[in-house]
Design a protein around this ligand. Structure first.
Ligand code: SF4
Length: 226
């Protein structure tokens, strides 16, 4: 049984938008800061945030494979994230397609504004996913259980093709989403992830801790200032 969440209240600031662009707000030029401020209202109006999630019971963990009814997740990251889990939260979130369509339209006529709007979309998606994590965390706490490490198909150690398993569990079409043949999600500003639930799990580690790109990854450095 899945649940759909539509009740988000996503507010953006110029600093959020700069961070979404990968820019440290403390080092941003006045022009970039002003552009970020100028897109806040338009970005917020274009957001169509929605999430869908379900909880599946783990049947067994066999080396790098976690089995549940109707499917399995496979990969070294799967093993690191989901060992010891009794259930898995499987989640897909999106901010919808309106913002990315506007970015595509603006890219030729005003690329600076387009990039700022795109940054707003990245940071908004992050806020949507953190809101869902908060809901999951509260639910889990009320059950007296704990959460483990969040992981996403496409991160090192979990092949992107496993998005198909996620979309077998969740009817993405109910929130306007679909998977392409190459396993990319549409709308593009979307994210899927799994969070294990059980007794005595720990979320102290993150996938970056196990990733071979961690010392040179710009995205990871960027996340450290968000
Ligand atoms: S280090 Fe970079 S590539 Fe590796 S999981 Fe973290 S953000 Fe992703």
């Amino acid at each position: 049984m899945h649940k759909i969440i539509k009740d988000f209240n996503i507010k953006l600031t110029a600093k959020d938008i700069l961070k979404g662009q990968g820019i440290d707000p403390e080092r941003a030029s006045q022009r970039l800061f002003e552009t970020a401020e100028a897109v806040i209202n338009e970005a917020e109006a274009l957001l169509e945030p929605v999430a869908i999630y379900t909880v599946v019971d783990v049947i067994e963990l066999d080396h790098q494979t976690v089995r549940f009814n109707n499917g399995e997740f496979k990969g070294s990251l799967v093993q690191k994230s989901m060992a010891g889990a009794a259930q898995l939260y499987v989640v897909v979130c999106t901010i919808g397609k309106a913002l990315e369509e506007r970015v595509d339209q603006l890219m030729t006529e005003d690329p600076v504004r387009a990039i700022a709007l795109d940054g707003a979309g990245i940071t908004a998606l992050r806020k949507v996913s953190l809101t869902v994590e908060d809901i999951i965390s509260k639910e889990t706490c009320e059950l007296g259980l704990s959460l483990g490490m969040r992981a996403q198909p496409g991160q090192e150690g979990w092949p992107i093709e496993q998005q198909r398993e996620v979309f077998k569990l969740l009817p993405g079409n109910e929130i306007g989403m679909r998977l392409t043949d190459s396993c990319l999600m549409l709308p593009r500003k979307s994210v899927s992830f799994v969070i294990p639930r059980g007794k005595d799990l720990s979320d102290a580690k993150v996938p970056c801790d196990f990733c071979s790109k961690r010392d040179r990854c710009e995205w990871r450095k960027e996340k450290q200032i968000v």
